[in-house]
Ligand binder design. Structure first.
Ligand code: ZN
Length: 229
């Protein structure tokens, strides 16, 4: 069994403004046919697995995917099934992909500040361990998201995220309170015993490359995608 993974961006695709490019989100007001075409293109680009998506609600529910399609309301998908690709959709929130390749267990996690505060990644890791994964053998990939210099937040967010991710609170480039969710996520993973790699840049700062909800409001979604073959 081998694991493949990638983080998409908005480049390519057939969606029109304000979703222009490769929007993968069906729930954001884009033409469903354009989204279907973009999803089909993604599937074909990674060798044809069906896409397993979730309806993300900023919680800590983990669902196990055994087929492609909409798996349900959750913020993490895990799987031991080859031939399907787990998809986490984002536009500033942190997409985290997890794999224990030797055990044949993968996961995809959606973690904005609410997900960070409810420690959704730990719930996903728990479920992966129940499916036979070992933290020492797991690798995590932390994808493109709004960075700590851009992500201005209020004091309640600093407090709630800081409880779970003590290194996340910081300052924006203009000096106001912020959280660096990607740094916080990597710290959290390290404390769980999982090595991680940071992939891609700041979604807010790169309008040509990434969708950003904070920047644009009505916009598309890019994705983290992981699969086994
Ligand atoms: Zn930034």
């Amino acid at each position: 069994m081998s694991v493949g993974w990638l983080f998409t961006d908005r480049c390519g695709g057939v969606s029109a403004a304000p979703y222009e490019g490769a929007n993968l989100g069906l729930h954001v007001g884009d033409d469903p046919q354009a989204v279907s075409a973009n999803r089909a293109e993604l599937s074909s680009r990674i060798g044809g697995p069906g896409l397993a998506t979730m309806s993300q609600v900023h919680g800590s529910t983990v669902l196990t995917a055994v087929t492609a399609g909409d798996i349900g309301e959750a913020d993490a998908l895990v799987s031991t099934t080859p031939g399907i690709a787990l998809v986490v959709q984002v536009a500033d929130c942190v997409p985290v992909l997890l794999a224990d390749e030797s055990a044949g267990v993968i996961g995809a996690v959606h973690a904005g500040w609410r997900g960070a505060a409810v420690d959704v990644v730990a719930s996903a890791v728990d479920r992966m361990q129940q499916l036979g994964a070992h933290v020492g053998a797991m690798q995590a990939y932390v994808g493109p998201a709004i960075c700590g210099s851009c992500y201005e937040v209020g004091p309640e967010v600093v407090e709630q995220v800081g409880k779970v991710m003590p290194c996340a609170p910081g300052r924006t480039s203009w000096g106001t309170a912020a959280v660096d969710l990607r740094a916080g996520m990597r710290e959290r993973l390290e404390r769980l015993g999982i090595r991680s790699e940071l992939v891609g840049g700041c979604t807010y700062e790169h309008p040509e490359t990434y969708f950003s909800y904070r920047r644009d409001g009505v916009t598309g979604r890019q994705a983290g995608v992981i699969w086994m073959r």
